[in-house]
Write a protein that binds this ligand. Sequence first.
Ligand code: CTP
Length: 240
Amino acid sequence: RLSEPEAIIASLAASTGSSASPVANRALAGLRVVVSAGPTYEDLDPVRYLGNRSSGKMGFAIADSARRRGAEVVLVAGPVHLATPPGVRRVDVRSAAQMHQAVFAAFPADIYIGAAAVADYTPRMPAANKIKKSNESLALDLVRTPDILSEVAAQAEGLKLVVGFAAETENVAGYARGKLVAKHLDLIVANRVGVADGGFESDQNAMTAYWQDGERTFTPGAKTRLADDLIDLIVERLDA
Ligand code: CTP
């Protein structure tokens, strides 16, 4: 079936960099943006993995929004089945280690937005063959994954803005501000997970962004609109 005319125009505008885009605001023109999105899957054996409930929708919407503002966008995506936004270069990965590698391979960039829900732990040694059941209990030996966001903030040269996400179930502002400082970020976007209609699997979200001397609570709503609001804030913070 033929796509909607608006979608065709947006796609053509994005691929040519034309200002015929329905969103004429091209505040990110000339900048390169790397966005991570989705979950990571850490393999236990050839048939099982440790994953999380991230849908990737927020990160994909952010990549789309940044592209429509004129940026060159690389989207490093964990295992999700979402359409690639028009004009965005997508790199598919599975594990935290692969995401780490793909993110650094995408640099140099001007802006990094870490929207992925990266596993904090991975099996020390994935089993080569399917783990058979034997005892009544099974303990998994897990080791820390690299903190991609912290490493980007500490190591990547030439970055103008590093943006992290914090998914919290309680004390949202406190934990988010803690991560802003600990990970040396310019901006952190916090959302409360584990509540109805918001967070990981929903199309809707409620978010607050924090930076060193300010914060902004966005009007809750569709992740696509929130992505535009976040990109607007990023443009403001670039100029600050
Ligand atoms: N992140 C990352 N690499 C990791 C873990 C997290 O880049 N190995 C990034 C995420 O993309 C997100 C931010 O760090 O932007 C926050 O992740 P989160 O898991 O909420 O925070 P943690 O620092 O891991 O702390 P905790 O799990 O204890 O809340």
